[in-house]
Write a protein that binds this ligand. Structure first.
Ligand code: PMP
Length: 423
């Protein structure tokens, strides 16, 4: 056992650091669904790089492709130059993702983060429509840059902007209004159809089908269909931000497939690179591709090693339905276990889809305590929601059922410690 040396982090790393406070150890290696710290202690990962590691850590199939590519001096930094790696990726996107789903999208490579994809989507929607307003949703999360922050709900994150966050009009997400509250669609339709409502006609609506950061809030397929119809009827563009819920998190590759809707614009990042390497995409209907060359650019749009792992991930995991059906089956297992917990303890509820689940605490502070107890027992989970009242479970999709049960056992024990202690 070494003694954890944390001094340098306290000394010179900015106060802005976050996760290391919840998980006070120094991680060193990782494989599959496990991380190991420098003392050799193993942690089961129910966090998956905030959704960037759907295929697990250092996935051997992706690693081999990456190592081969690096060893043959494949292009590493490519801006938006045409490369062999990018051609293979685009071909695979076409044959594996788009054609089988009858989707007709053009593909933009923005800077390699979710926020950059969102910025590009918002800019494009405004450019194409000539309108400025964006309708967003309560408790939404779209990233930390100013445009993305303007359509994000979280008060603390918004406060960090330092300037007014403009040109966004928040609407109630599915389930936001209390029981008996008005139908949100009546409200939206009424204000959109009244020229004097005070809400300018929006360029676009931006929505997450499941709000990950906002507390695992789930939009029903009916709600999503109504939203898509509302947009189509009024020539408002529909942007689905699939940065966290895409790449199979909810079962199918795109989270909107369950609702059988076709967004005008889709943002992807996090797990699209496959290996945890930075990469993002904006998919847009062809007629919306009105960018001038270089109008949205960025030095790191051409992270070619990520293109290699993205391509192999698509080919390996999305040429058949094994991963998506496995995700749904494992999601059922999670749901059954969490339901048992909600029956055993008061003040708890659960919600989820595919392999994203939330354990919601009536007493918000308990969620953080459960995550801490879980960490002490070797399980990584984080909180989400407006008051950090939700323990969010986001395991790699490649996790085994045995690993899943092991982690759920730790979670149950942690809930027991926190909730029984509270009586
Ligand atoms: N959109 C959604 C739905 C997200 O969950 C996130 C990140 N949590 C982002 C955008 C921003 O992505 P990034 O942190 O890579 O900028």
């Amino acid at each position: 056992m070494t003694t954890l040396d944390m001094n340098i982090f306290d000394e010179i790393e900015s106060n802005v650091r976050g996760y290391c406070r919840a998980w006070p150890t120094v991680f060193d290696t990782a494989s599959g669904s496990w991380l190991r710290d420098e003392d050799g202690r193993d942690y089961l990962d129910f966090f998956a790089g905030a959704g960037a590691l759907n295929y697990g850590h250092n996935n051997p199939v992706l690693k081999q492709a990456l190592v081969d590519y690096v060893m043959r001096d494949g292009i590493t930094h490519g801006l938006d130059m045409s490369t062999v790696a990018k051609r293979r990726l685009l071909e695979t996107i076409q044959t594996t993702l788009l054609e089988p789903r009858d989707l007709d999208y053009k593909v933009q490579f923005p800077g390699p983060t979710g926020a950059n994809a969102v910025e590009a989507a918002l800019k494009l929607a405004r450019k194409v429509t000539g309108r400025t307003t964006i309708l967003n949703f309560t408790n939404a999360f779209h990233g930390m840059t100013l445009g993305a922050l303007a359509v994000t709900g979280n008060a603390a994150k918004r406060a960090g902007a330092g300037v007014p966050l403009l040109h966004a009009t928040p609407m109630p997400f599915d389930g936001y209004l209390p029981e008996g509250g008005d139908d949100p669609f009546v409200w939206m339709e009424t204000i959109l159809d009244d020229a004097s409502s005070g809400v300018d006609k929006p360029a676009a609506v931006i929505v997450e089908t499941v709000q990950g950061e906002g507390g695992v809030n789930i939009a029903s397929v009916e709600w999503l269909r109504s939203l898509a119809q509302l947009c189509a009827d009024r020539e408002i563009l529909l942007i689905v931000d699939d940065v966290q819920m895409g790449c199979g998190r909810t079962g199918p590759f795109f989270s909107f497939e369950a609702a059988d809707i076709t967004p005008d614009i889709v943002t992807l990042s996090k797990s699209i690179g496959g290996y945890g390497l930075p990469m993002a995409l904006v998919l847009m209907k062809p007629e919306l591709d009105q960018w001038a060359p270089g109008e949205h650019n960025g030095t790191f749009r051409g992270n070619n090693p990520a293109f290699v792992t993205a391509q192999v991930a698509l080919e390996h995991y999305w040429s058949d339905t094994l991963l998506s059906t496995g995700t749904l089956a494992k999601g059922e297992l999670v749901h059954r276990n969490l339901s048992k917990l909600t029956e055993s303890f008061q003040g708890l509820s659960t919600r989820g889809r595919g392999l994203v689940h939330g354990l919601v605490f009536d007493e918000p502070s308990q969620a953080g305590k459960v995550c801490q107890a879980a960490f002490e027992r070797g399980l990584l989970t984080e909180t989400s929601g407006a008051s950090d009242e939700v323990v969010k479970l986001l395991p790699p999709l490649t996790i085994t059922s045995a690993e899943l049960e092991h982690g759920l056992g730790i979670l149950a024990e942690s809930v027991g410690v926190v909730c029984e202690g509270a009586h």
